[in-house]
Design a protein around this ligand. Structure first.
Ligand code: PLP
Length: 377
């Protein structure tokens, strides 16, 4: 699905130099490269505060702790996402409220979100799924109207630009009160182990979060709040510092591969190719989709057969996600009705994600698309 080996070969020198720097300094924890990467990312995202942490799941948990959410508070998120999003809500004894997604973008459905709001609702967690920014105009409007926090789960869309209705642009993850990301190796900006970060423009929240990631300490050995231990280690920061300058070109490479796929595969009546929300095309003026995944819908019932066929032909592919969160054993709840989830219940049967990474060439793309069309049609 990804070619991390091929990508490493291209950037070997820069990455090795960064890692060597850490090894020679032996500042393995909180070394200078962590601070340098943090500053570089703040500049890239045009956000006041980046707080590095150990992984994207911690980032979500710490963001929710930082906002002071309490037991019984309802937190609304999408039914179609990686489990980490709902996991941390449940772990903190908040009440997860899962809602259906939009059939075109796979992102949180705005009408379903509005219907789910109650007097107990405290926060919304839009997930920028597969690299595409959710409808943040609508999410922010609803949050303002109901006085809710917005936590963007930006694990899959780092580098994406969101263009608001009024034409202004912001980087994904910097729109809500707080945004979170993951540097898991296969993410669009991945390190060579685990890593994550939290972003915010709110000075007070940034201060609170900096303490939480470090055992609740604001002064050494004085623990003012219950915190956690969640650090980005220096070697991973070194890898990320070397890779960050390439992120835009990585996003372009992904978009180019997506364009190729879309053009080749949209000829089939049995395939729905991905669209971007703003204009319905993968264009150069809106960069709201950075294709963490390239995900098709196969509408003739042959999805599972295609999955097996492609594996037999040596083409990696995956079903993200095979089970809707409201149907997962850990998250079943009598509050949910199947009729509330027509879209996710359909998507789990039709979606298939193709190889998507920065090293795909035309020969590979031609082989993949031809194999799919020969089978589906
Ligand atoms: C990967 C991912 C996470 C979790 O990130 P980790 O670094 O693996 O903990 C959270 N949310 C979404 C949507 C993800 O894709």
């Amino acid at each position: 699905m990804v070619d991390l080996q091929g990508q490493y070969k291209q950037i070997k020198e820069a990455v090795n130099t960064s890692i060597d720097q850490v090894l020679n300094s032996s500042a393995y924890i909180n070394g200078p490269l962590v601070h340098e990467f943090q500053a570089d990312l703040e500049k890239y995202l045009d956000v006041k505060h980046v707080i590095p942490c150990a992984n994207g799941t911690d980032a979500l948990q710490i963001a929710m702790m930082g906002l002071g959410l309490e037991q019984g508070d309802e937190v609304i998120t999408a039914d179609f996402t990686f489990a980490a999003t709902v996991e941390v809500i449940a772990l903190l004894k908040l009440t997860p409220v899962l809602v259906d997604v939009d059939a075109k973008t796979f992102n949180i459905d705005i009408e379903a979100l509005k219907r789910a709001i109650t007097p107990k609702t405290k926060a919304l967690v839009p997930v920028h799924l597969f690299g595409q920014v959710a409808n943040m105009d609508a999410v922010m409007e609803i949050a303002k109207e109901h006085n809710l926090f917005v936590i963007e789960d930006n694990a899959q869309a780092i580098g994406a630009d969101y263009t608001f209705k009024d034409g202004t642009k912001k980087k994904a993850g910097t729109i809500g009160n707080v945004g979170t990301t993951s540097f898991f190796p296969s993410k669009n900006l991945g390190c060579y182990g685990d890593g994550g970060a939290i972003f915010t423009n709110d000075d007070a929240l940034a201060h609170t979060i900096r303490g939480i990631v470090n055992h609740g300490m604001y002064t050494r050995y004085y623990h003012d709040v219950v915190g956690v231990n969640s650090r980005l280690d220096s070697i991973q920061a070194g890898v990320l510092k070397a890779k960050l300058p390439l992120l835009d070109s990585y996003c372009d490479a992904r978009r180019n591969a997506a364009r190729f796929y879309n053009k080749a595969l949209s000829v089939s009546e049995h395939i729905i190719t991905p669209t971007t929300s703003a204009c319905g095309e993968i264009c150069d003026t809106c960069d709201c989709h950075v294709f963490h995944q390239y995900t098709l819908q196969i509408t003739n019932g042959k999805r599972d057969d295609l999955h097996k066929h492609l594996l037999e032909k040596g083409i990696p592919n995956a079903i993200y996600y095979p089970v809707a969160l409201h149907s997962q054993k850990a998250y079943v709840d009598a509050r949910y009705k199947e009729s509330d989830f027509p879209v996710t219940n359909g998507l789990i049967k039709t979606v298939i994600s193709l190889p998507m990474h920065t090293e795909l060439d035309n020969e590979q793309l031609t082989f993949i698309t031809k194999t799919i069309l020969d089978f589906v049609n």
